[in-house]
Design a binder for this molecule. Sequence first.
Ligand code: NAP
Ligand code: G4F
Length: 343
Amino acid sequence: MSKKTALITGISGQDGAYLADFLLKKKYKVIGCDRRSARNNNWRLIRLGIQDKIIFEEMELGEILQIQRVIKKYKISEIYNLGAQSFVATSFNSPIYTADITGLGALRILDTIRTTNPKVKFYQASSSEMYGDVLENNQNEKTPFNPRSPYAIAKACAHYFVKNYRDSYNLFAVSGILFNHESPFRGEEFVTRKITLGLTKIIHGDQDCIELGNLYAKRDWGYAKEYVELMWKMMQQKKAEDYVISTGKSYSIKSFINECVKYLKLKTKWVGKGVNEKLVNTKNNKILIKINKKFFRPAEVNFLKGDHKKAKKHLNWKPKTNLKKLVKIMMDEEIAYYSPLNK
Ligand code: NAP
Ligand code: G4F
């Protein structure tokens, strides 16, 4: 049998890197789509040692001509659309751009598949953010969406286009509704990585303290490396269907911090309330964490907890990484790779 070819948008991101590594191990030929940048943002691929094994193609998700050119150029079996303006906070400042890239980007690819080669399978990176101000305590594939940000609205738009193209044109198109998933490859602006990197810098004397927003929002945090395998599994099913991927456990930002601090064996205490709440290092009385109102969002998603029963049944999967293990993975790699040259 000839090698399968997978195309990944968002190859430079957290999931793109892990998925590329996973597919290369499965002997896929991997086409990685990136966009021109003045910065070298392939550090994840370099750390995995796979940068030279990927065929890179320039693809800006706003540019239909690039999408058509790349999809026509190769005999592609599977497309994984992981590219997006993926930061919720930024989506409030750039709602139109987010709608275009995160929402319509998926439609541009779907319609190119429909008109050029309807046999190509399509994976869409849908998000638990679509549940927003949640309408059910445990969110599953049937829970109605109630989005709270331009990002979540854009993701819901893409999600419905996937369903529409599957129903209307019989495309093999699936959405993985993934709950938050983290790793040492997480972007530094997301809260978990901001905390693990921030604490590492403080230990090295390279940062005074970490400033955060809402400590009481709760998230269902899984491990990214584990979740990318599920993307592939969804694409190998007989029937194209959507799946929730989650751990089924929900923790506050404060709990994540407490777990990191415990792992680092720091002696600390929380003092104050509301915007005056702080985490203090009791050994030297220095503030480790304080609140800065600028990190509060105009509309917050307070609580997410996914119900992954369907994935458990159809994909024969259950989560292997709990919060404690995730913190260990992130803190260990943060410390091992931290270099003051990157500060
Ligand atoms: P990420 O690390 O932020 O990566 C996003 C990727 O999208 C980067 O490679 C980025 O490229 C690319 N991108 C951004 N704008 C683009 C544009 N205009 N054209 C083409 N590519 C563009 O995100 P991630 O955590 O790996 O997540 C992967 C996908 O899953 C995203 O769609 C995200 O919204 C979704 N998702 C993530 C989670 C999670 O918890 N991680 C949960 C649910 C869904 P540059 O390097 O050039 O910026
Ligand atoms: O880490 P976050 O920025 O992730 P968020 O907003 O949940 O979005 C991530 O997960 C989604 C899946 O549900 C993805 F679709 C999306 O692409 C992205 O990967 O924020 C998590 C929580 C929020 O409630 C936020 O208000 O942490 C809170 N938070 C508190 N202080 C902060 C901060 N978030 C960030 N980024 N920075 C802070 O200083």
